[in-house]
Design a protein around this ligand. Structure first.
Ligand SMILES: [Zn+2]
Length: 58
């Protein structure tokens, strides 16, 4: 089983899924909203939400 997390930003009124851009392997991967700049660790307007999904494929 694998759990993965999808991130959303609701700065436009409805939650839009954020693309996670991977940088280097040493850096934590942080989803950032391309529209308002909010991220999972910097969310001054509290627009960032997430959902966890489980897959049983493996
Ligand atoms: Zn946003």
């Amino acid at each position: 089983m694998t759990i993965y997390r999808k991130w959303y930003c609701s700065c436009r009124g409805t939650p839009a899924e954020l693309a996670i851009v991977e940088t280097t392997e040493d850096e934590p991967v942080e989803p950032t909203c391309q529209r308002c700049g909010a991220s999972s660790s910097s969310d001054p307007r509290h627009t960032i939400t997430y959902k966890d999904f489980e897959t049983w494929d493996d």
